[in-house]
Design a protein around this ligand. Sequence first.
Ligand SMILES: [Zn+2]
Length: 225
Amino acid sequence: MARPKVFSGPDDPRLKRALCIVAHPDDIEFYCAGAVLRLTDRGVPVAFHVATSGDKGTRDASQAPEAVARTREAEQLAAARLLGVTAVEFGRHPDAELVETLALRGEFVAAIRRARPDLLLTFDPTPGYRYHPDHRVVGRVALDAAWPAARDPLTFPGLGSPHETAEAWCFGGPAPDLELDVSEVLERKIAARLEHRSQTGSAGQLRHRWRAIAAIERFHRVDLR
Ligand SMILES: [Zn+2]
């Protein structure tokens, strides 16, 4: 039997549900918010699972991590609303301390079995040096959770009914094979990014820069069928 072809893009009618698994509030806005908008604009439900609440995301040593986390969760929820997403979960792991564990794989399996996506959007775990370790860990563990863990009934029993995710689109990697033009939704993507006020210096400069660089999103597709 011929293997099914990978999705042509966000408009592929076989793509009916999607899940983003990321490390930090604002990862989605950086890497795949245009894809999310193109999905939600045509009525595809998208869910977010954010493994940390970004509690180390400041250069101000006087701030308490708990306060940073509260701010960043609120910013992520506001950004998600602009992206047409209401299903947002936080794993609340300490920022910058994610490691590959079976417990984290189980957490992602449960998220996949709840959201039941055709498409998983997550980090490409393959880049080498100077890559945020949380990004590498999330990409690796999310892919391991999607295939085969979430699919197989004897793996993580009790964490929801098994689910086969058709495909993953991995961002941030060295060998993208899908280039997505999101210029039609670029202003809304930038608006979502700007909801992360604690992570924004000059909104004007960011808007200017992103108009030049953020209209194309790149993914490496992984067939999980
Ligand atoms: Zn990040």
